[in-house]
Design a protein around this ligand. Structure first.
Ligand code: APR
Length: 243
């Protein structure tokens, strides 16, 4: 039977072949930087210029790359699938949008957006931001920060995500190591709610045992193939099958 409600979780692995570094692979971002220095509210309070510089550099890198075949396949799925498809991404890049995905939640925020800590205004900013930049909304300086969720902060839209997980009959995780919560635990919630769970990744993630089905390889190969099979209903969804 064709699933009616699909929830897809993506992580850094889906953007790797576009040229964006993942976090925990060999040579990943957390080998070059200590996350405590750039991805926590404490780091921002201690050295805002260093943190802003880190995100300014990541923004420049993002503007140089393009979505890949895996992003395009998911956008096609949303457009052509005769059921609901919700994409939840941990990625702060905008490659899903650029590929055409519309029903998309950025649970860890968006790199190309800036938030003012004084007035809460959120706006798009592709250029660099510096400590002394005034907020275009309230005019105060010193409050602008990347609109991304740092370690120790609560991810965005969790209520909407959990409600979708509890209603889905197919849950797919793509390109994520399954090490950062709450996203790592989504498979447990979806599976408990009766969903068939599929992992698409370069290698088994830390949560691999919770999935009914696994496909390992580069996202640009395995995601388009999986989407094609889904659109042709060539997948059997046997939730009784143990992984
Ligand atoms: N195709 C598919 N999967 C890939 C590819 C690829 N080409 N390249 C790497 N991967 C897989 C890796 O095997 C790994 O399991 O993608 C996963 C990337 O894992 P992480 O670097 O840990 O990224 P992610 O799971 O998205 O991290 C979660 O951690 O640092 C925070 O906020 C950050 O959103 C991020 C969160």
């Amino acid at each position: 039977m064709r699933p009616k409600n699909i929830v897809i979780l993506t992580g850094a692995g889906i953007s790797a072949e576009s040229g964006i570094q993942t976090f925990r692979d060999k040579g990943g971002l957390w080998e070059k930087y200590r996350l405590e220095d750039v991805a926590t509210p404490q780091a921002f309070r201690k050295n805002p210029a260093f943190v802003l510089d880190f995100y300014n550099k990541r923004k420049k890198d993002l503007l140089k790359v393009e979505p890949n075949a895996a992003h395009f396949a998911l956008a096609r799925l949303e457009k052509e699938y005769p059921g609901k498809v919700l994409l939840v991404t941990q990625n702060v890049d905008d490659l899903h949008e650029r590929a055409g995905s519309k029903n998309l939640i950025h649970m860890h925020g968006e790199l190309l957006k800036v938030r003012c800590e004084h007035c809460g205004a959120i706006f798009r900013e592709e250029g660099d931001i510096f400590v002394d930049n005034p907020c275009p909304s309230c005019g105060k300086s010193g409050g602008l920060r990347p609109h991304v969720v740092w370690f120790g902060e609560t991810p965005l839209f969790l209520e909407k995500i959990y409600s979708a997980l509890n209603e889905c009959d197919l849950f797919v995780a793509i390109g994520t190591s399954g090490t950062v919560y709450p996203a790592a635990g989504f498979v447990v919630v979806a599976r408990k709610a009766g969903a068939y769970c599929v992992e698409l990744n370069l290698e088994p993630s830390a949560m691999a045992d919770y999935f009914h089905e696994h496909h390992y390889g580069p996202a640009t190969k395995i995601v388009p193939t999986f989407v094609e099979k889904l659109l042709q209903t060539k997948i059997s969804f046997d939730t009784e099958k143990s992984p």
